[in-house]
Design a protein around this ligand. Structure first.
Ligand SMILES: [Zn+2]
Ligand SMILES: [Zn+2]
Length: 131
């Protein structure tokens, strides 16, 4: 599993504590399929700030553009985890695609030891606790 050397290589990076476990997850930027000289990312506005809400990804080198959905469908999310259920330490890869988990959009991996699902929710939102 390739680990990022710097944040610049990541489209997404997160570190979370989930119950008694924790995860580190990242998605590496994809090399531009057109010129193969640069990594594609969100477009950068005039002020030099990344347009986080942009609906497309561009190559800073040649300007090749891909729509958000198509682009993200080709990406992989890599996860290093300590399972909150059984404390197993493992690695997992999944598609860069969120699914609904207890009503919250999340990336979901499954522990390869106990098989329990480990959700990586969107920030600031925790799944509702079961009562
Ligand atoms: Zn390019
Ligand atoms: Zn487990």
């Amino acid at each position: 599993m390739k680990k990022p050397d710097s944040m610049d290589e990541c489209l997404y990076f997160t570190r979370r504590t989930i119950g008694d476990g924790h995860i580190v997850a990242w998605a590496l930027k994809k090399e531009c399929p057109e010129c193969k000289k640069a990594l594609m990312g969100k477009p950068i506005g005039k002020e030099g700030k990344v347009k986080i809400r942009a609906s497309e990804y561009v190559c800073p080198e040649c300007g090749h553009t891909e729509q958000k959905k198509e682009h993200e469908a080709t990406l992989t999310l890599s996860v290093e985890y300590t399972c909150p259920h059984c404390k197993h330490k493992g690695e997992s890869e999944t598609k860069y695609q969120r699914k609904s988990f207890q009503g919250v959009q999340s990336f979901i991996i499954a522990c390869d030891n106990c098989g329990e699902k480990i959700p990586i929710t969107k920030k600031m939102k925790e799944p509702k606790k079961k009562k």
